[in-house]
Design a protein around this ligand. Structure first.
Ligand code: ATP
Ligand code: MG
Length: 755
């Protein structure tokens, strides 16, 4: 047997060799589902003589797609020609080639959520941005469920009668502008495939093999797309894990996986039951928590790697301490046990939590990267840069136009800008909506200052355009030398030129000086990323597409040795040697608005986070957290209390009332007293223990009192100690009496009066 097949276990091998009927691989985390897909691609090319161009493999993130391509190529270099993409990137590819059939220009720009909200705000005057964002969310859901503005089921998403009209108007505006949103990347290809049988035939002929990873998170529209591409001649194989379905809020339909055998007749099902990623104690924690969900398919998962280090649960006072705990843990581990920064990943529930970690890691000079976060591209300077590129590519992009036309100030007032937009919408059909042309027409009407400013802007865009050649040489005629930004290969010279010439670089450099931000280096990072793309029309379109689809500068950072900061959602499919899941507090993870099915989804998310870890797992929870400008005291996450105590090691002071999972001994077990002083072999709590002065004690320092002890008082009767703290004059005891009174007293004065 060929070596690459002999490394697989029998079920995995069976899945790779499987052919003919549709195949569903249903298996838990780390069981080799993705590995089966990559191996299968290579196997089909190598052993079955399948033309790699006829293979379509769909994954969840661009990073996963790249990895899949690399791994398949390691086995057989011909696999490079297979189409390995995300659903969205496949949709964009499809639309660039076939969009013209429905009147879509091939150089459309993909609107992100923010652009969508801006567009909606202009459709819905007198509404707040928050309201527009809500409608944007509903439109996105409608598209996920493949619902048009006329669909009767639309009311299930938003029952307000006006929603239908806004959705319709939004679609019309988007079409007029010539751009698409994320949902369109799936919805429009389906519409084209349905409306044009010859196109459908062409694609069905081309893709003989369709493979889908992370199938549990596909949505209705994506299912429709699969159906259009599928014929009885297609070999279809999907893999997934119902316990890892975490995108229901974005319209993912776990039913897609549960009902797969009904929808594709004669489906074969293969289960993989051995986990090769994590050690047994890590899997035990994952299993104990996800077990609390109802309605699971239920899968066995055997830890092939056997025993390992017990996961650690750490109670901390606040998020700053949490950040320094993480940083110190990483530093200590590197110092004492070796390894690399990239062994480590810090996971959090929401992006807003990343900032504290970023600040702490920066301060300590620990290299890190933020993966998959919206943050980078949400930064003002980056949005400005992208708007310049967008308006250059598509002169009808109103949102981009508004963003940069008078930034930095070119002497154009709002009235003039509105006039330009208005004139564009009434222009001759050939140039309707073309804002740059409308700018040119309005020039004679403007004051000298405004005219100069606008002429300069148009010149820069024209010059930028001329820098992209059909040959894709490095942009030769870049005439702006910059000492602020460095131009490299490919498109990066164009980016540096447009940023400098337009004044945006200077604008943000000033901001750096005033606010001490990192804006210029962010712009530089954008230019660096662009150097991987040729300076051609297509290269630019691809670059913009990559950004819209991926929203992280993963490429190029890959080889750097750095700690990964990442939301739990974004860790899907990934693995790290050492994982810290942070912010495990009620209200944070799970979020407080989550109940019933939503709570189960949060639990699956926790399961995903835990099962990313190969060797070590740390869970942190803080008593106090500041989020969105508010500070609040939170209880430890419900999920932590579902872990039996003997499955984990505890650091820090256990808050009163915290109960662990059912199979363990009770927290009141005397052997666990003083758990805060116990240390993990890799790094004592040290300073963190000292930062817990306000945490409740269970036994007074003079040894006379403990929480729960009964006592008697002449005046108040029988009572029970409920709190113990340490004051400057010794232990302070608080007791609840049968009369309902709660009384505080100093141990040293009062001890005789009680029994
Ligand atoms: P997830 O559900 O998290 O996406 P998965 O089922 O896709 O996980 P993979 O990522 O394919 O799992 O595999 C998990 C890890 O186990 C990888 O490091 C992979 O290389 C390794 N692995 C898979 N199968 C085997 C095997 N037969 N022998 C050794 N290692 C394996
Ligand atoms: Mg996988």
């Amino acid at each position: 047997m060929e070596n690459y097949l002999s490394v697989l276990n029998p079920e995995q091998r069976q899945a790779v060799l499987h052919w003919g009927k549709p195949l569903l691989i249903l298996a838990g985390a780390g069981s080799g589902k993705t590995r089966v897909i990559t191996t299968k691609i290579a196997y089909l090319v190598r052993e079955r003589g399948v033309d790699p161009r006829s293979i379509l493999a769909v994954t969840f993130t661009n990073k996963a797609a790249r990895e899949m391509a690399e791994r398949a190529q390691l086995i057989d270099s011909r696999a490079a020609e297979a189409m390995i993409r995300t659903f969205h990137s496949f949709g964009a590819w499809f639309l660039r080639r076939n969009g013209a059939l429905i009147g879509l220009d091939s150089n459309f720009v993909i609107y992100d959520d923010d652009d969508t909200v801006t567009l909606l705000s202009s459709i819905m005057p007198n509404t707040t941005r928050a309201e527009a964002a809500k409608v944007a969310h509903h439109i996105a859901r409608a598209k996920d469920y493949f619902l048009t503005p006329d669909d009767p089921e639309l009311a299930l998403i938003d029952h307000r009668p006006q929603f239908r009209n806004i959705y319709k108007l939004y679609e019309e505006r988007l079409k007029a502008i010539g751009n698409v949103d994320f949902g369109d990347l799936i919805k429009k290809p389906v519409e084209i495939l349905r409306a044009f049988p010859e196109v459908r035939q062409r694609f069905q002929d081309r893709f003989q093999v369709i493979l889908v990873d992370e199938y549990q998170d596909s949505n209705v529209a994506q299912f429709e797309l699969l159906k259009e591409l599928y014929t009885s001649q297609t070999y279809l194989c999907v893999v997934g894990d119902d316990d890892q379905s975490i995108y229901r809020f974005r319209g993912a339909e776990v039913r897609n996986i549960l009902e797969f055998p009904d929808r594709f007749s004669e489906t074969d099902i293969i289960r993989l039951e051995r986990n090769y990623r994590s050690t047994a104690p890590i899997l035990a924690v994952a299993g104990a928590v996800v077990d609390n969900n109802q309605g699971r398919l239920g899968k066995t998962l055997q830890a092939e790697r056997g025993n390992g280090k017990l996961p650690t649960l750490v109670f901390l006072p606040d998020q700053e301490t949490e950040a320094s705990f993480c940083a110190e843990l990483i530093e200590k581990s590197l110092r004492s046990r070796g390894g690399t920064y990239s062994d480590w990943a810090i996971l959090y529930r929401t992006n807003a939590q990343s900032l504290t970690f970023e600040t702490e890691l920066l301060r300590r000079h620990i290299p890190y990267k933020v993966v998959g976060s919206l943050k980078f591209y949400e930064r003002e300077e980056i949005k400005d840069a992208l708007a310049l590129l967008s308006i250059m590519v598509n002169p009808r992009d109103e949102i981009a136009f508004k963003r940069v036309i008078n930034k930095p100030a070119r002497g154009l007032g709002q009235v003039t800008i509105d006039k330009i937009i208005e004139a564009a919408s009434h222009a001759e059909p050939a140039s309707r909506g073309n804002l740059l042309e409308s700018c040119r027409n309005i020039l004679p009407e403007l004051s000298k200052k405004a005219r100069n400013g606008l002429e300069g802007f148009l010149r820069i865009l024209a010059q930028s355009r001329s820098m992209i050649t059909t040959e894709g040489d490095v942009c030769k005629n870049s005439s702006v030398a910059s000492d602020r930004l460095t131009a490299g290969d490919g498109l990066s010279a164009l980016i540096v030129y447009i940023l400098e010439a337009s004044g945006i670089a200077e604008y943000h450099a000033t901001e750096d000086e005033i606010a001490g931000t990192q804006r210029l280096s962010n712009l530089q990072e954008l230019a660096n990323a662009a150097s991987l793309y040729p300076a051609t029309e297509e290269g630019l379109a691809e670059f913009l597409e990559h950004i819209e689809l991926d929203r992280s500068l993963e490429s190029g950072e890959e080889s750097n040795d750095s700690v990964t900061l990442i939301t739990v959602h974004n860790t899907k499919g990934l693995e790290f040697r050492k994982v810290i899941i942070t912010g495990l507090e009620q209200g944070i993870f799970p979020r407080d608005d989550k109940q019933d099915e939503d709570l189960e989804e949060e639990r699956r998310l926790f399961y995903v986070g835990v099962t990313r870890a190969k060797d070590e797992l740390y869970l942190t929870t803080c008593a106090l957290r500041r989020m969105y400008g508010r500070a609040s005291y939170n209880q430890p996450s419900l999920f932590l209390s579902e872990i039996p105590l003997d499955y984990i090691k505890i650091l820090g002071q256990i808050p009163r009332g915290f109960k662990s999972g059912p199979k363990s001994a009770s927290i009141c077990d005397p052997s666990l007293h003083g758990a805060g002083q116990r240390d993990a072999e890799d790094g004592r709590l040290g300073p963190y223990a000292r930062q817990l002065p306000r945490a409740p004690r269970t036994v007074s320092s003079d040894g006379l009192w403990r929480i729960g002890a009964s006592l008697f008082h002449d005046d108040y009767g029988y009572g029970q100690v409920v709190r113990i703290s340490e004051g400057p004059e010794g232990p302070l005891i608080e007791a609840q009496f049968e009369t309902g009174k709660q009384v505080r007293f100093l141990s040293k004065y009062q001890s005789e009066r009680f029994m």
